[in-house]
Unconditional design. Structure first.
Length: 171
């Protein structure tokens, strides 16, 4: 059993709204109201995200799942992080102490080489000051590749020369 309105609609005899009562298109309304709209502001407002951050023991502060480096003198101090869509700035009071390109990756380490060098001057065993680090600096080929590290982790029972051969074959 069909409803009477459905039967009328299927037969093509259903009443329709007159053309004068239809809703206007948004483009037509915009053209009418354009002269009444306010002009855009002269100066764009700031959309930067501002956060208070503190680095406890390392030269990194975390923002948006990434770590950004700071000078070692700023470790342990309360700092201000100002992030725009393209840069991350770290301020100590009103002074900018670090500026980085914003990373939208996850778990990325954004390091300024000047901050790393400052740590090397301060700490004897920082970064490349260990025996393994000195060997890596003197003979860069001694550093295992990332692929070798993955193979070593996945297959610890394999003999080390076999691992290097497998890594070379995969590359």
């Amino acid at each position: 059993m069909q409803s009477p309105s459905l039967a009328l609609a299927r037969s093509g005899c259903a009443p329709t709204a007159p053309a004068s009562r239809r809703q206007p298109y948004p483009a037509d309304v915009f053209a009418e109201e354009k002269s009444r709209l306010l002009p855009p502001p002269l100066h764009a407002f700031s959309t930067d995200r501002i956060e208070a951050v503190c680095s406890r023991k390392t030269i990194y502060v975390r923002f948006d799942l990434n770590d950004y480096s700071i000078p070692p003198e700023a470790v342990g101090r309360q700092l201000t992080l100002v992030a725009s869509d393209v840069t991350v700035r770290i301020l100590d009071g009103s002074f900018e102490i670090a500026r980085h390109v914003r990373a939208y990756d996850r778990h990325r380490l954004v390091l300024d080489p000047a901050h790393q060098e400052a740590v090397l001057k301060i700490k004897r065993k920082a970064f490349h000051s260990t025996p393994g680090g000195r060997l890596e600096q003197a003979v860069p080929e001694s550093k295992p590749t990332q692929l070798e590290h993955v193979v070593n982790t996945a297959f610890p029972y394999l003999h080390p020369p076999a691992i290097s051969q497998q890594a070379q074959q995969i590359q």
